[in-house]
Every structure is written in C-alpha cells, then in structure tokens.
Design a protein around this ligand. Structure first.
Ligand SMILES: *Cc1c(COP(=O)(O)O)cnc(C)c1O
Length: 369
C-alpha cells in the first residue's frame, strides 16, 4: 500500500465500497432499449414527477448566480405552515440523508453505539460507520414489527446514543405503532423517526397539511427527531431536499455544524413552490395509493409471490418459487427495474415501487409471462 493511503483513517480504509446505482442512460444502452422504454420501479421515485408550479418556479428563478439562503428562511416558514411546527424546530438538508449524517456527527464519538433495526433503510448504518460509530443491530421480527424489548435491552447493554425507526419502514412498508414509539421515547437516547413515506400512509390532517405521523410530538419530547423529504411524495428526488423536525435546542447545535449552503437554490425554489401546489401533489399521492392497492391485489393472485401489505409507495414481495435474482434479471431484460435484496431477513425478496397505471400493468404482464 502507498504511504499516503496509510494516512487514511483505518476504519474508513476498511469500509466496504458503496455500490452506486447505474445511471438510467447507461442501463438503457446496456439493455439495448431507448431510455423512454425503461420502467424504473427500483428507487421509490415519483412516477408523476415534480409539481407544475415547482417546474415553473425553477425556470423563472433569476438568481442562480448568487449563493442560496443558508437559513432556508422562506422554505422553513412554508414548512412551518405545512407541519404545524415552529421554524426554530425545522432544519433543512440536502435530502433527509444529510440530516441523518448531521445528527450522527453531532452525537457520535468514535465507538459510540447506534441502534439499527434491519431490514431497514441502509443509510443509518452507512453514516454511522462513516462517523466512526458502532452499529448495534436489533433485527425486526418475521412480520417486520420492531422487537421493542430487545431494543430496550440493547440500549441498556450498549449505552447507545441514537435509535433509528422508520415509519413506514423501507423496504417492508409497515408502520410503527405510536404506542411503540412512545415507549421507546422513554429510553435515554435520541429517537429518530424517519417519515420519508408518511404522506402515502395517512390521509392529510383536518387542516390539510403535513401534520401526520408523530410530527406533532416534536417539542413535547426532548429526544424526538422526525425526518421528512420532498424526494418521494413531491417528486424532487433529483434535487435533494429534506428536513428534520426537532427540539429547538438540538436544532441550534445542528446549525453550528451544517455547511452554510447545504441546500442549493434550485432545491429551495422547487420545494417552496411544491408547498404552494399541494392539491396537485396530493392528487398524485392519491393515484399512487390507489395504484398500490390495485397492484397489491393483482400481485396476490400470483402463486409464486408472497406479498406484504404496504403504507408507502412500494410493495415488498418474497419470491416463493424460483430465484429472486433471476426474476429481477428477467424483468430487467424487459426494461423493468425493481430492487432486489441479498441481505439477511430479505432473502428472496424484491421491492417494487408503485408506478403509473400503465407501468404497473406492464410489470404485471411481464410477471405473468
Ligand atoms: C428515500 C429515503 C430517504 C432519503 O431521502 P432523501 O431526502 O432523498 O435523502 C430517507 N429515509 C428513507 C427511509 C428513505 O427511503
């Protein structure tokens, strides 16, 4: 090994490289298909795209040569109306992913423990490793429910500083019951509830805003953070904008460590305009939810799949006959991309994002073949 590589942090030098996703045009070329023929159901993106007002605002924004507002003031004001939380409790990031990273940087010293409940979203373990933390796994039960007593034992045994819960969980689609979250909030650690998919799980509150899930509990508990994103329900995955709701005191410390221009101007402009186009976006969410229920019913008629119910914009299926990897490959040859897992607890599983009715039909036809 070269001398300079010897200077790299040993824990990072030993990390497994992250497998990046293949860009759509590269994949299309590999499959010999035009890009428009590809049906991308592998990353829970919104098949209807951004709101028209977001696209118009992006085109009309005159200040791209100027650095963006480091305090995201207008966006946070709009998010305050959307979530019912005061602006002091809102921190925006370059995707919810960045807020995960910032929280871990704020709390972890080398070797500190973080409780992760797999199978779940991979970024909690990834960012914990990058921050030199120690991942303590408390696997979910066979039905993907949390093992609450085991989490409590792990917290006591390791002195973990953070616990990540995902509701609805990715990739299993199940919600965490509020009573379980309430019980886990009694632990002496930070509970991060990732609600990236909450807009697909419940009907909007009486005021027609984003006051769903456990967001209204933020501020009542000193150890609760709720994560949200514009990537899924608002169709802005490519622009990278998400946010965390957290007690003022915690937010004040996060402000000290975040990069000043972490949320770029295009992302701020598009997110703000999306919050002014809620009727449009909600109609698409309703279409996706209706598509999910229909797809679920159709998938259940296929004898080679075990289908899990979902409160999000994707459906997890266990391949009962044959091999999930082969099924993924066969779909890919027809230009249909789904997510395939090799991890414990997810062996033989594929995750299908809900597409437009036409895309869902093409998927079903391909599966029947
Ligand atoms: C997609 C996803 C995110 C990432 O959101 P970004 O805002 O795109 O970074 C966070 N949490 C879960 C559970 C997700 O599935």
């Amino acid at each position: 090994m070269s001398r300079i590589a010897d200077l790299i942090r040993p824990d990072i030098a030993e990390l497994e490289p992250y497998t990046p996703i293949v860009p759509l045009d590269v994949l299309a070329a590999r499959l010999g298909l035009p890009v428009e023929r590809i049906i991308k159901l592998d990353a829970n993106e919104n098949p209807y795209g951004p709101a028209p007002r977001a696209l118009a605002a992006l085109a009309a924004e005159p200040h791209y040569a100027i650095y963006p507002d480091p305090e995201h003031s207008r966006l946070r004001q709009a998010l305050s109306a959307y979530t019912g939380q005061p602006v002091e409790r809102i921190v925006c990031g370059s995707g919810a992913d960045e807020v995960i990273d910032l929280l871990l940087r704020l709390f972890l010293q080398p070797g500190d423990a973080v409780i992760d409940c797999p199978p779940t979203f991979g970024m909690y373990a990834f960012d914990t490793a990058v921050c030199a933390g120690r991942v303590v796994e408390v696997p979910r039960r066979a039905d993907f429910a949390l093992d609450v007593p085991a989490i409590e034992q792990a917290a006591a045994a390791t002195g973990a500083k953070l616990l990540f819960l995902t509701s609805p969980n990715n990739p299993s689609g199940n919600l965490t019951p509020p009573e379980e979250i309430e019980r886990l909030l009694q632990l002496p650690l930070l509970v991060v509830v990732d609600e990236a998919y909450i807009e697909f799980a419940e009907s909007p509150g009486p005021t027609g805003n984003g006051q769903t899930g456990v967001s209204s509990w933020v501020g009542r508990y000193e150890n609760l953070v709720v994560l949200r994103t514009f990537s899924k329900w608002a169709g802005l995955a490519g622009l990278r904008v998400g946010y965390g709701l957290m007690p003022e005191e915690l937010a004040a410390h996060l402000w000290k460590i975040k990069q000043p221009y972490n949320v770029n101007l295009a992302a701020q402009v598009a997110a703000l305009a999306s919050l002014a186009d809620l009727d449009y976006l909600r109609a698409n969410v309703a279409r996706i939810v209706a598509g999910r229920e229909q797809l679920l019913a159709e998938l259940q008629t296929l004898p080679f799949l075990q289908v899990y119910p979902s409160h999000a914009n994707f459906i997890l299926c266990r391949v009962r006959e044959g091999n999930a990897g082969d099924l993924k490959q066969a779909l890919e040859r027809e230009g249909i991309l789904v997510r395939y897992y090799r991890k414990p607890g997810l062996r033989d599983c594929i995750r299908i994002s809900v597409g437009t009715p036409e895309q869902n039909d093409r998927l079903l036809q391909a599966l029947k073949r």
